[in-house]
Design a protein around this ligand. Sequence first.
Ligand code: ZN
Length: 73
Amino acid sequence: MKLGFSKTKRAFAKMALSMYEGEPCRVCGQTITDASKAVYAGYSLGDKARSAHEHCWDKNTPKSQWAYPNDAS
Ligand SMILES: [Zn+2]
């Protein structure tokens, strides 16, 4: 399944950016230290992660290889 972004979601993500610092990247699992380079990636199972480094996101890594691959139900 591919995640898509509407313009509205991107705008929302920009507003919410500062909340992402200190949270894990859904793709690589490492802590996000610069929220200005993060994107909203949807909530993972258990709300453990909801953002990703922009460079990780843009790699289009198969979701099965993400650090947090499962979506919140
Ligand atoms: Zn990352």
